[in-house]
Write a protein that binds this ligand. Structure first.
Ligand code: GLN
Length: 543
């Protein structure tokens, strides 16, 4: 029977609960256990698909097309847990299901209530993951203990241990132990209060993970253990990492976290095998190259809006023993200041996906600059659509060519909506979503990167390349390097005459892992390194 781990958070938000949960998953998996991961989010949106990435960070898309919280990206990057739409539930999704059951008369005339109906629904969502092929289910509860909206979730996980047996459940609580400069010491009171709140609702945490800037002394750990009703070795320190998030699992291991979990669950396992991860960190610490990449997007201020893209660039850097310095550039600035001033000096330009018109012309200008100056260019989703617009206007000379997303009456709709998408008015989950296969031209750079002519990548978009223009574009030198297997949808475009100019309609960033960089990201970073080296050689020659 599968065992359950519940991860809650206290004191403040943004403690890195997702990363900590992913690290727990990774350490247990590397002890030989089969892990499945899940996040329960207390907000009312049915899924994050309609939430602004500026507010909520990126929407992470799974193979099955589920639009999920970005923490699931950490789960996939750190573990092999199979994620599906059952891996992320929100209050909205839970209530929607309960209300649908009520409308169908499934509650047989009873009054439908938070306890037991909502809590039962939540418990079902947790139990569903505990299939025969799984040893451990890790359920992360979003939000902070004490929030009104997380109460039904906490009540459900409290009840859960009564259903499956206390010995089969571990409650991990992540808290903050802040350092007070004025007092010159770490403060344990917020942690005591947060655990107090959990105990009030009937949950005694088994393990406490304490986020801290400074090393927690033995006395402080003893104090936390005593006040929170825990044994000393169940109080685990998680010190801030300013170097890389990929340090977190190994440092939690050193602090004794995975040992404490298996001890609590009475499991006999081997120690975690983490040599490849150590090698990864070694590469990260000892880069042989350093390159700079400009990411020209709608949002420059918010790192989480393109989270998986930045992670993928890091993975590709590790693959090539290179440090990738990313500069976030707001597309609108390219419009006012010009690409020359903002983009000269970068070894590569990447345009990420997005929605809405803001900054589109800046993206198009940035692409023109990269194309004309032979700077490696990688376009993703909206980035591909902008590359198509740029090529149409400046190479094929189709004046005012545009996407119908931004100009309904453009004379040259080179990017447009598929007929079957046109009647949709509801915004949630109405896009081409999830994994689709594509066939690659064997002579293409994409095929060389993948080492294959059949691939599968995840999508999230409504608009597509307009096939009416295919022949005309090909005649001007654009290679349709990848299409849907039936040839009807364009998935990848390339410029064979350019050192590295490639754009994709899908989101390759959702399948990159630190241990296994996504092939197109690896190709892009490889090209950026080559460009930098060639420029350095030229500089030496010309003295
Ligand atoms: N807005 C574009 C579309 O819907 C691109 C979407 C994206 O980049 N994810 O097709």
């Amino acid at each position: 029977m599968a065992k359950h781990i519940f991860v809650t958070g206290g004191v403040v938000s943004s403690l890195g609960k997702g990363l900590t949960s992913a690290s727990v998953g990774m350490l247990l998996e590397r002890r030989g256990l089969r892990v499945r991961m899940q996040k329960l989010d207390p907000y009312i949106n049915v899924d994050p698909g309609t939430m602004s990435p500026y507010q909520h960070g990126e929407v992470y898309v799974l193979d099955d097309g589920a639009e999920t919280d970005l923490d699931l990206g950490h789960y996939e990057r750190f573990t092999n847990s199979k994620l599906t739409r059952d891996s992320n539930y929100t209050t909205g999704k839970i209530y929607q299901s309960v209300i649908n059951k009520e409308r169908r008369g499934e509650f047989l005339g009873k009054t439908v209530q938070v306890i037991p109906h909502i809590t039962n629904e939540i418990k079902e969502c947790i139990a569903k993951l505990a299939t025969d092929d799984v040893d451990i289910v890790i359920t992360e509860i979003g939000g902070t203990v004490g929030d009104i909206e997380s109460q039904p979730f906490l009540e459900a996980i409290r009840q859960f241990s009564l259903d499956v047996g206390k010995e089969n459940c571990v409650y991990i609580h992540l808290t903050l132990v802040p350092y007070l400069k004025a007092a010159g010491e770490l403060k344990t009171k917020p942690t005591q209060h947060s655990v107090g709140q959990l105990r009030q609702i009937g949950i005694q945490p088994d393990i406490l993970i304490c986020r801290t800037e400074r090393t927690i002394s033995r006395e402080d750990r003893e104090k936390i253990a005593l006040f929170c009703n825990l044994s000393f070795d169940s109080v685990i320190e998680e010190k801030d990492k300013d170097f890389s998030i990929y340090e977190v699992p190994l440092s939690l291991h050193t602090s004794g976290l995975d040992a404490a979990i298996v001890r609590r669950l009475g499991l006999q396992t081997r120690p975690p095998q983490v040599d490849d991860w150590k090698d990864l960190l070694h590469r990260l610490r000892n880069p042989q190259h350093e390159i700079s990449i400009a990411v020209v997007g709608k949002y420059a201020e918010h790192r989480d809006a393109y989270k998986s893209i930045y992670e993928s660039l890091d993975h590709a850097g590790m693959h090539h023993h290179a440090q990738v310095r990313v500069q976030r550039i707001q597309a609108e600035l390219v419009e006012t200041e010009g690409p020359e001033r903002l983009l000269s000096g970068f070894d590569g330009v990447l345009i990420p996906g997005g929605f809405g018109e803001r900054g589109i012309e800046g993206k198009v200008e940035a692409i023109r600059f990269a194309r004309e100056r032979n700077i490696p260019f990688f376009g993703i989703c909206l980035g591909m659509q902008c590359a198509v617009i740029e090529f149409a206007r400046n190479v094929v000379h189709l004046e005012n060519a545009h996407s119908t997303e931004f100009s309904k009456d453009t004379p040259h709709p080179v990017v447009c909506m598929l007929d079957e998408q046109k009647t949709i008015t509801d915004l949630g989950g109405t896009m081409r979503l999830g994994a689709y296969e594509a066939s690659l031209d064997p002579t293409s750079r994409a095929a060389a990167c993948y080492g294959s002519t059949t691939i599968s990548e995840r999508h999230r978009h409504r608009y597509e390349f307009n096939n009416v223009y295919r022949q005309q574009f090909a005649a001007h030198g654009l290679l349709f390097a990848g299409t849907s297997p039936d040839g009807s949808l364009v998935e990848i475009v390339e410029l064979p005459s350019h050192p590295w100019f490639l754009a994709v309609q899908f989101h390759p960033e959702f399948k990159s892992k630190p241990i296994k960089a996504q092939p197109l990201f690896a190709g892009f970073i490889g090209a950026a390194i080559e460009r930098k080296q060639a420029r350095a050689e030229r500089a030496v020659e010309t003295g």
